[in-house]
Design a binder for this molecule. Structure first.
Ligand code: NAP
Length: 337
C-alpha cells in the first residue's frame, strides 16, 4: 500500500519532510499541500518534483478524498486547529512540535483523540529516534551508572532572527529537551526555575539570551539546561547524565578528526536539519509504518501535552524569580506505553 499524504505548511521543515517522504522513505507519497503562502507552496511542489495538488487551505487538505494521513508543518499557532480537524475527519496526523502552543490546547487534542477511541496523533519529537540518544538511554536503562541523579544539558544555536523572542527559548527550543529528557530517564517534572546570566551582545531587545532552566523531576533528579541561541559557533546539543556510579554523555555526531595547519580539530555542525537528519527520517518512517499497520507507537499526543505542561511552567518561571511547580495529571491508560 502507498500511503497518500497531505502536507499543511511548506516552509523549511515542511519542504524537508516532503523531500524525505518523496525521495528517501518507503511507503508514502505526497498528493496534496497547502500553505498560507500559496505561491510558496506551488514553488515547493515544482522544485521538489511532486505530482501533488496545491489546495487553498489546510482544512481542504484534511478533507480531500485522496488524502489518507496528514503532516502538519505550519506555524506553531495553527497546529491545534489542524490536528483537531484531522481527528474529526478520522485521519492519522503527524504534527511538528509543539503539538499546540499551550498545555490547554494539547489537552483538547488528547481529549479529542481519546473520544475518537484510537491513536491518530504522532507528535514530531524526533530525538528518541536519534542513534545517540538511543545509545545513551540504553546505558541508563542497563543500570551501569546507577540511578540518574543530575543532568547537565545545553541547547545552542549559532543565531536566531529578530522574530525569536524570550518565550520561544522555551516553547520552540527547550520543548525538545522537555520531551526527550522525560523519555530518557523515565520521569516527569515537578518544578522549574529560570535564571538569566549576563546577556550576550549578539541578542536583540526582545530576547534574553542565554537562559538557564533548572528543573526538578518527580523522582528528585536535578536538571540544568543552558539555552543559548546566539552562541555564534555552531548548533550544539549536549546532555550529560550523572549517575550513582558513573557518568554517561550524549555521543557527538560523527566527524573526521583533522590534523592540518598546526591544529587538531573536528567540525561542529551549524544547521539543525543536518544534526538530526537520520532521526527525522526514522520518525517519519515510523509514522508511515504505524499508519499502514494500524498502530502508532511514536511520541503521542500525551507526550506533546506533558512537554507543554512543563513548558507553560517554564514560561511562567521566566517572569517570576521563584520556583514554579509543575503538576501533570496521571497518564490515562489509553496512553500507556
Ligand atoms: P517556517 O519556515 O516559517 O514555515 C512555516 C510555514 O507555515 C510557512 O510557510 C508559513 O507561511 C506557513 N503557515 C503559517 N500559517 C499558516 C496557515 N494558517 N496555514 C498554512 N500554512 C501556514 O517554519 P519551519 O521552521 O518550517 O517550522 C514549521 C513548524 O515546524 C513549526 O511549528 C516549528 O516549531 C516546527 N519545527 C520543528 C523542528 C524540529 O526539530 N522538530 C525544526 C524546525 C521547525 P508564511 O511564511 O507565509 O508565514
Amino acid at each position: 500500500m502507498t500511503l497518500k499524504l497531505g502536507v499543511i505548511g511548506t516552509g523549511a521543515i515542511g519542504q524537508e519532510h516532503i523531500r524525505r517522504c518523496s525521495h528517501v522513505l518507503q511507503g508514502a507519497k505526497v498528493v496534496a499541500v497547502s500553505d498560507i503562502n500559496l505561491k510558496g507552496a506551488a514553488d515547493a511542489v515544482k522544485r521538489l518534483g511532486l505530482d501533488a495538488e496545491v489546495l487553498s487551505d489546510g482544512k481542504e487538505v484534511i478533507n480531500a478524498a485522496n488524502v489518507d494521513a496528514l503532516l502538519v508543518t505550519s506555524w506553531d499557532p495553527t497546529h491545534e486547529e489542524f490536528v483537531l480537524a484531522a481527528i474529526a475527519a478520522g485521519k492519522p496526523v503527524f504534527c511538528e512540535k509543539p503539538l499546540a502552543v499551550t498545555a490547554a490546547g494539547c489537552k483538547r487534542i488528547v481529549d479529542a483523540e481519546m473520544n475518537f477511541g484510537r491513536r491518530l496523533v504522532q507528535t514530531g519529537f524526533m530525538r528518541p529516534y536519534d542513534q545517540g540518544y538511543k545509545a545513551l538511554k540504553k546505558v541508563i536503562d542497563s543500570g551501569e551508572i546507577g540511578q540518574p541523579l543530575m543532568l547537565h544539558c545545553a541547547h545552542r544555536n549559532p543565531n536566531v532572527d529578530d522574530s525569536y523572542t524570550t518565550d520561544m527559548a522555551i516553547t520552540n527550543t527547550l520543548i525538545h529537551e522537555l520531551s526527550v529528557l522525560r523519555w530518557l530517564i523515565d520521569d516527569d517534572y515537578a518544578s522549574a526555575q529560570v535564571i538569566y546570566p549576563r546577556a550576550t551582545i549578539n541578542t536583540h531587545a526582545k530576547l534574553r539570551d542565554p537562559q538557564i532552566v533548572l528543573l526538578e523531576t518527580v523522582k528528585g533528579v536535578r536538571i540544568d539546561v543552558e539555552i543559548f541561541v546566539n552562541c555564534q559557533y555552531g548548533y550544539d546539543i549536549q546532555t550529560e547524565v550523572v549517575g550513582e556510579k558513573g557518568i554517561a554523555s550524549l555521543p557527538e555526531p560523527a566527524s573526521v578528526l583533522l590534523r592540518s595547519q598546526a591544529k587538531r580539530s573536528n567540525a561542529i555542525l551549524t544547521d539543525w536539519k543536518d544534526r538530526f537528519i537520520d532521526a527525522y527520517d526514522a520518525e517519519l518512517q515510523d509514522f508511515i509504518n504505524g499508519v499502514i499497520n494500524g498502530e502508532l507507537t511514536g511520541p503521542s499526543a500525551w507526550d506533546g501535552y506533558a512537554a507543554s505542561v512543563a513548558a507553560d511552567a517554564c514560561v511562567a518561571a521566566q517572569n517570576n524569580p521563584g520556583v514554579v511547580n509543575i503538576s501533570l495529571p496521571p497518564r490515562p491508560a489509553f496512553y500507556e506505553r
